[in-house]
Design a protein around this ligand. Structure first.
Ligand SMILES: Nc1nc2c(c(=O)[nH]1)N[C@H]1C(S)=C(S)[C@@H](COP(=O)(O)O)O[C@H]1N2
Ligand SMILES: [Mo]
Length: 446
């Protein structure tokens, strides 16, 4: 395999990464077919550009001639007081799915997983899901109230909370509706839209247990907490007290080394590792301790799983083991045969990823991928696999296993139990089809 590295195959990124917003709007209007056709046109146009040209072995002007940045003065420090990505990376942004429309303040923007490395999602690319829009809240005016089955009810300022002993931990957050479109066999074009309601960050905050201890919570009777946000969505979620007692649930103000971004709950949000995103209440303003689940609208009407027999499953909050190949992935085009690094992400709400297997023939043969360190509990794990593409049609799949022994299921297996009418908790094996011309698209393999 080492010889193959000398001449790795080129991959055209999905159109989002290099087309203008206007182009993408036009493509989205035209639907999936045009989306792919335009991707091809753009790909062939972009091929001529020096940025993607393969380095020539001799006489390459890019190495022989001194570019302006080698012969002129650079910009001074703090030209960007808050650093921003290179202008050449401007296509890599959060995007709304072509297939989803905004309903009032209810909206979602997806993380561009196809362009990320490692396990941390840059804060500016963290996905956004708001039930009633977002606010940039003045931290001086924000309060957290603790009430219910506690000896002494309390109201904390941000200042109060930020003086308490803090911890920092890396965890993924995934919306329960991530990959929801695929239940009905709607193959959305790119991994940004199929899996992009997933992000992974380092969160800093105070274990909720510590705050409840200070308030004298009645842990005998008070087996549940209710978390409430300060926005207009009346977002309330029940969380079992065991999770709080484990010390994992955080009242967090930090994300990736700085304060939370407004879109992600500034100045305070709940972090509930392993649990679906909706329980990670943003703009957190109240925690109530109670003796039974509240069955709020967000757990009685929404976020329930419709089963084939017409019944609903309630409180299915754990995000089960899941993985996806992010490169090559839908919308990308393999421009060369030969070596390609297959790379992707795996995660489980039950603990650590222990293994990821990758198939290039639609699940007939599997090879074990390399897991990159660190492998953390309830965090994204990066995996890689060497692959030599022979130019024939292929179907790429990844299948993750976690340390509770759970393994990702195929669509056939998952649908046999869950049917096709669900929205939430789709952790099926994702398939990317590669045609002989190198075009990569989203297909479902049962
Ligand atoms: N207060 C409040 N908290 C909220 C929401 C909301 O609309 N309001 N959305 C929830 C949902 S459905 C998800 S998936 C996550 C999304 O978090 P993010 O926007 O930081 O990615 O926040 C959750 N917390
Ligand atoms: Mo969500």
């Amino acid at each position: 395999m080492a010889n193959d590295y000398a001449r790795p195959g080129r991959v055209r990124p999905a159109p989002e990464n290099f087309l203008s917003d206007e182009d993408i709007a036009a493509i989205n209007k035209g639907g999936r077919r045009d989306f792919l056709r335009s991707a091809f046109i753009a790909a062939s146009a972009a091929l001529a550009a020096p940025a993607v040209a393969r380095a020539q072995s001799a006489g390459d002007p890019a190495i022989l001639e001194l570019p302006p940045w080698s012969t002129s003065l650079g910009l001074p420090v703090a030209a960007n007081p808050y650093g921003m990505p290179s202008k050449f990376e401007r296509g890599l942004v959060r995007r709304e799915s072509p297939g989803l429309t905004r309903v009032g303040g209810s909206s979602v923007a997806f993380t561009p997983l196809q362009g990320l490395f490692g396990i941390i999602t840059p804060s500016g690319l963290h996905f956004e899901r708001h039930h009633q829009g977002w606010h940039d809240i003045d931290p001086a005016r924000h309060r957290l109230m603790i009430n219910g089955l506690v000896k002494s009810e309390a109201v904390y300022t941000m200042d109060d909370l930020m003086r308490l002993p803090a911890v920092s931990r890396i965890h993924f957050i995934e919306c329960g509706a991530n990959t929801g479109m695929e239940w009905g066999n709607v193959a959305v074009p790119t991994v940004q839209y199929s899996h992009g309601m997933l992000s992974c960050s380092e969160f800093t905050g105070v274990p909720l247990k510590l705050i409840l201890d200070m308030c004298g919570a009645d842990y005998k009777k008070g087996r549940f907490i209710l978390a409430e946000g300060a926005d207009g969505s009346s977002m309330t979620r029940t969380i079992p007290m065991e999770m709080v007692e484990s010390g994992e649930v955080l009242v967090a103000y930090g994300m990736n080394g700085e304060m939370l971004r407004p879109e992600n709950g500034y100045p305070l949000r709940l972090v509930v590792p392993g649990v679906q995103g909706v329980s990670w209440v943003k703009w957190l303003r109240r925690i109530e301790v109670g003796d039974q689940p509240w069955a709020s609208k967000d757990e009685a009407v929404h976020y329930i799983d419709l089963m084939p027999d017409g019944q609903h499953r309630q409180y299915t909050s754990t995000q089960e083991v899941k993985s996806v190949i992010t490169s090559p992935s839908g919308g990308q085009i393999l421009l060369d045969r030969g070596f390609h690094n297959i790379s992707g992400m795996a995660w489980s709400g039950r603990g650590k990823i222990t293994r990821v297997d990758v198939s290039t023939d639609g699940g007939i043969n599997w090879r074990e991928a390399r897991l990159e360190t660190p492998v953390l509990s309830k965090a994204v794990t990066r995996f890689n696999l060497d692959w030599v593409w022979d130019g024939k049609a292929a179907i790429l799949q990844s299948r993750a296993t976690d340390d509770s022994g759970h393994i990702q299921a195929s669509y056939g297996q998952l649908r046999a139990v869950r049917g096709t009418k669900s929205i939430y908790h789709n952790n099926a094996i994702q398939s990317w089809k590669v045609t002989e011309s190198g075009e990569v698209s989203n297909v479902q393999v049962l």
